[in-house]
Design a protein around this ligand. Sequence first.
Ligand SMILES: *Cc1c(COP(=O)(O)O)cnc(C)c1O
Length: 427
Amino acid sequence: MNYQNTPEFAHQMDDQDPLKNFRNKFLVPKHKGKDVIYFCGNSLGLQPVTSRDYAGQKFDNWKDLAIEGFFVGNDPWLGYHKKLTQTLADIVGAKSEEVSVMNSLTVNLHLLLVSFYKPTNKRFKIIMEGGAFPSDQYALASQARFHGYDPKEAIIEIFPREGEEILRTEDILETIEKNKDELALVLFGGINYYTGQFFDIEAITKGAHAAGAYAGFDLAHAAGNVVLKLHDWDVDFACWCSYKYMNSGPGGISGIFVNEKYFNDDSLHRFAGWWGHREDKRFLMPHDFEADKGAAGWQVSTSPVMLLALHKAALDIFEEAGGIQPLRKKSEALTGYLEFIIGEVNAANGDDLFKIITPGDKQARGCQLSIVCKQNAKATFNYLTDHGVIGDWREPNVIRISPVPLYNSFSQVYAFGQILAGAVAVD
Ligand SMILES: *Cc1c(COP(=O)(O)O)cnc(C)c1O
């Protein structure tokens, strides 16, 4: 695309954007009386205007119906989670029964590891990306210890080559192949939170399977951001949160994917609870656990209906937008524009202030760009914040900027460039 660093170009792109009105469906914080330029959907998505109503209905049901709310009303709480699964399945590329909505992300990661990390003395190793989100590192290390292994021996972290910022798929595959006799599991992020690199999930899964290991993915930064095909890629399991790109509120309810090939696999352990029991027999309160069909059988506790309502409010917006495909189409153009604009500011300043460490290949990234500031990094970030741009800061010198197709515009990306140029002028 032939991008231009002018307000006219940005306005024209906005005019042509079929999703331009979706920004009105979100509530935006103010800075000095004006809407901020919110580029932080990678950490916490904005609140949909409808969230309060959706949750309010559940408050009303609780007030008016109390316990009956589980069974009567227009949207009984029992089974309400199933009204979310098809939309989610479309977002992550799964069959509806392969998806369940439950708990929060790290909790779900642990529950899935109970099923899919089954170390033996011969096969006990886990391969993961170096520099993964800390919660994933802690979860995996604690799982290794729980099974009696020293994480230093059990966990292999893959880092970029010397002088490089992102991982090469060939290096990931080679590490898998080299460890194939001892490998139990490959657990990767879908998109790395720090660099914004979107991993080749299909290739990694294939490599893991060829080595006789399971392949699982933490999609916190990928779900609702990029097009995923978990089922077709033959991924074994995955989990994600709903509060980043899925705008469902801080600590919102999360989701899991379990490949249908495991629905009847009795060799998988699971930590059971009554909400995962066959739904038609759950209230008969039988003595022995019989798993519900599909990913729903991994549920443990009573569904938190308020959180489900917040999630549904946000997912209904995805539906209205036509799902993840049109969002991704805009996202690629928007992030491409951000990359161009940063390049413009950099070129005007000797090409040596900023380095984008996120891959330039759009297949290998989502909406986020991670920018290394080589000089006055923190001052630059503070300047952006003081001028109404909300991005986020990662030590020691990285600013993450994530234009989200549902609520960000080309004009905002243009304005960002102007403010960034202003920051440079002050520095
Ligand atoms: C955001 C994020 C988390 C956070 O986990 P919670 O259990 O929701 O607090 C975990 N892993 C990754 C990769 C993340 O990006």
